[in-house]
Design a protein around this ligand. Structure first.
Ligand SMILES: [Zn+2]
Length: 116
């Protein structure tokens, strides 16, 4: 299995403001879903995309979190070997989903291609 390495990462520290567990990220997923749906219907999304910009700060370039200094999670890790109700399964699933969201934000031009 080939693991894909993102050049951005997500803070794993649950106590950090930029954590993957931040409650404001719920809104990110619902917005991504809404915009993806609009794209499928060939609606114009250019006016809505800027609303995703505030979430860009959760996707950090570098090795350590700019807020708390923890290592960033940057590789989608397998969950198949974990029990689906386990804490680790939930943690990895959330982090993986966020990395996927990061790729989507990049595709829409919200995240830069190179470290700023
Ligand atoms: Zn942090």
């Amino acid at each position: 299995m080939v693991l894909e390495m993102a050049d951005f990462g997500i803070c794993e520290n649950p106590d950090c403001q930029l954590s993957y567990r931040s409650l404001s990220l719920t809104a990110l997923f619902s917005r991504i879903n809404a915009i993806s749906g609009m794209e499928k219907r060939k609606d114009d999304v250019s006016g809505i995309l800027p609303h995703l910009k505030p979430f860009a700060l959760f996707f950090q370039f570098g090795i350590h979190c700019s807020r708390c200094g923890e290592f960033l999670y940057r590789v989608i890790q397998p969950t198949a070997d974990l029990q689906t109700e386990s804490e680790e399964y939930i943690r990895r699933s959330q982090l993986n989903a966020l990395l996927e969201a990061g790729y989507q934000l990049r595709a829409w031009g919200i995240l830069p291609f190179d470290a700023p």
